[in-house]
Design a protein around this ligand. Structure first.
Ligand code: SF4
Ligand code: SF4
Length: 413
């Protein structure tokens, strides 16, 4: 039966009507599987379905049914609907599995649903409401003061950075206020590698948490501000160490609707966005990097959803790890496009901390099962959630970002 568009007041959702109609409810998005090529693979990839079990929580099928129900006036808004919408981490595993024409717009549909939820009298998670009420002043979702954003950067390094440079290192909120170890290791590494970069005195949140939770009006100010930074610093690009910043700057700032948001915020044109791990791989391939030591450990790599499934950067981190002397890289069963989310994304860490950590603990257990002693990744937000889970379940694993592994044992040739 054709979907009838009866509720046109849901403007953000109605824009995606044609795509939402294309969901056939086949249910492919509820599991991860692949048959044939080298070996068969099957596993649960949806963190939300793994926790809440009911069909509406599992993959995109339930969410597209909700969207259809709301658009056709067959379903009314309720706290239960809001719970389904806000417990999804936006990991993208369901989008990965879909084989119909709605596929490119699935995550966008989730964000549109959330943006509509803010306008209804339904239970938006308190943790999300809390940071959202102050981000317009603080410019970060951690309730920290904007003027303290660069506290992670030692004054000796800060004073040595140029006023104009080829790249701006965009540290992001998590590395600026929480995982300062990752930000510091990154600037030390970039200096060692003689990369022409600087750090902005006025970086704001990239807007990832706002976009992922459907807060478009607030996001606009942030995108418009950050978009101007390259011109101010004479830069041609941004370097990020955060997977979320990478996804947002490289896709949300650049992609046109219906997948992207350039209709709302304008387009960031002629600005390169590169993740640190891509930069390192590039330099390795050009023979510009030399290792001066080794990292003698068995290591397993966690694919951040925003770098992996969202941006399809799977091999660069693995190629870099394999190039480090002493590293024995072993894979978790769920890896690359079939990775399992750390549980932090989509506002879930702020909105449902216990569920977020429970998810992260599942990932840590999977990492333990490889026999690795070190768990590594390329995202400070994953670092935080996985480290908290390691501490919670008293895992023997040590969490280290790849930049932290490399920085002490590398030099520019
Ligand atoms: S979102 Fe895609 S995979 Fe999921 S039920 Fe709809 S058509 Fe099938
Ligand atoms: S994005 Fe991830 S958590 Fe959300 S429904 Fe899809 S698979 Fe589940």
């Amino acid at each position: 039966m054709a979907l009838e568009l009866k509720n046109t007041s849901l403007k953000e959702l109605a824009k995606l009507y044609d795509y939402i109609s294309m969901c056939t409810h086949c249910g492919n998005c509820k599991y991860g599987y692949e048959w044939g090529k080298t070996a068969n693979f099957a596993a649960m990839l949806c963190v939300q379905g793994d926790k809440f079990h009911f069909d509406s929580y599992r993959g995109s099928r339930g969410k597209s049914a909700i969207a259809k129900g709301l658009l056709s006036n067959k379903l009314q808004w309720s706290d239960a609907v809001a719970h389904v919408l806000f417990t999804c981490t936006g990991c993208g595993a369901c989008q990965q599995m879909c084989e119909t024409d709605i596929k490119p717009y699935i995550l966008r549909m989730f964000e549109a649903l959330r943006s509509e939820a803010w306008k209804q009298n339904v239970a938006i998670p308190e943790g999300i409401k809390k940071w959202s009420s102050t981000i317009g002043v603080n410019r970060n979702p951690y309730l920290e003061k904007h003027e303290n954003r660069l506290d992670w950067l030692p004054s000796s390094i800060r004073s040595s950075l140029p006023k104009k440079a080829e790249y701006i290192y965009f540290a992001g909120c998590t590395a600026s206020y929480r995982q300062k170890n990752v930000a510091l290791a990154t600037v030390k590494l970039l200096q060692k590698l003689k990369v022409d970069f600087t750090v902005s005195e006025d970086e704001w949140c990239c807007a990832s948490p706002l976009l992922r939770t459907g807060q478009y009006d607030l996001a606009k100010e942030f995108v418009e501000h950050n978009k101007e930074l390259p011109e101010k610093y004479g830069a041609s690009g941004f370097i990020t160490t955060c997977a979320g910043c990478y996804r947002t700057l490289s896709r949300d700032y650049k992609m046109d609707p219906p997948e992207g948001y350039t209709d709302k915020f304008g387009k960031m044109e002629n600005v390169k966005v590169i993740h640190t791990i891509q930069l390192i791989e590039e330099m390795l391939n050009k023979g510009e990097i030399e290792f001066t030591g080794s990292f003698n450990n068995t290591v397993t790599y966690h694919d951040p959803c925003h770098l992996g499934r969202h941006a399809e950067v799977y091999e660069a981190p693995r190629n870099v790890l394999k190039a480090i002397p002493g590293v024995n890289l072993v894979e978790m069963y769920r890896n690359r496009k079939f990775s399992f989310c750390c549980g932090a994304g989509g506002g879930v860490r702020g909105g449902f901390a216990d569920y977020s950590l429970e998810t992260s603990a599942k990932r840590v257990r999977e990492a333990e099962s490889t026999g690795a002693s070190v768990l590594t990744s390329t995202c400070p937000f994953c670092w935080r959630n996985l480290t908290d889970a390691i501490e919670m379940i008293k895992s023997p694993l040590k969490m280290v970002d790849i930049v932290e592994i490399i920085e002490p044992i590398v030099k520019r040739k």
